[in-house]
Write a protein that binds this ligand. Structure first.
Ligand SMILES: [Zn+2]
Length: 182
């Protein structure tokens, strides 16, 4: 398992010269970023936006989506604003996002193939509308605009916090502004 390799590396890391770098407690750039979880953005986003350790609070999920006004992403954004001194919100989607081709039906099929029973699917379906919850095909522009709209219209977000919507091109590193928040 990967965990064993990680633990082995970690033992060497702790004993080695590269001591963990101290980073500030609050974000240097007073901002919070919601972006996609895909590995292709891992270092590109930081390089393309000149972000370093400790600069921003970063929230990641599939497609940089806020699925619900009171989901855990929205809670984290509000905590970043009120408790972590973030005064600007960035929603950053990206071209070639895997979520653009995502179709919930194939995930449900994979769940069945990996041994999730019909009973479990039915009981989950009673808790949540799985089609809505897992989501389906959307263009990245629409995903970004939808997340920005949910965040900026939230009753608990102060009106003077700008919420920007951006799309990063992973091939060139270019950032396009979809929504310029005020
Ligand atoms: Zn993505």
């Amino acid at each position: 398992m990967l965990l064993e390799k990680m633990l082995e590396y970690n033992r060497k890391f702790v004993e080695g010269e590269d001591l963990p770098r101290k980073t500030p407690r609050y974000p240097n750039k007073h901002a919070v970023v919601l972006t996609c979880m895909e590995p292709q953005l891992e270092t590109l986003l930081s390089d393309a936006l000149n972000l370093h350790d400790g600069d921003v609070e970063m929230i990641k999920n599939a497609g940089a989506l806020v699925s619900d006004s009171y989901d855990s992403v929205m809670r984290s954004l509000l905590i970043a604003v009120y408790e972590r001194r973030a005064d600007e919100v960035f929603v950053i989607g990206h071209r070639d996002c895997w979520m653009e081709d995502f179709e919930y039906k194939s995930t449900i099929e994979r769940m069945s193939l990996q041994g999730i029973s019909d009973e479990s699917l039915d009981s989950a379906g009673q808790e949540k509308n799985l089609a809505e919850w897992l989501g389906s095909y959307q263009k990245v522009e629409d995903m970004v605009k939808e997340s920005v709209h949910t965040i900026e219209s939230h009753p608990l977000l102060p009106e003077d916090i700008p919420v920007h919507g951006l799309i990063l091109d992973p091939d060139t590193g270019k950032l396009d502004v979809i929504v310029y928040g005020f």
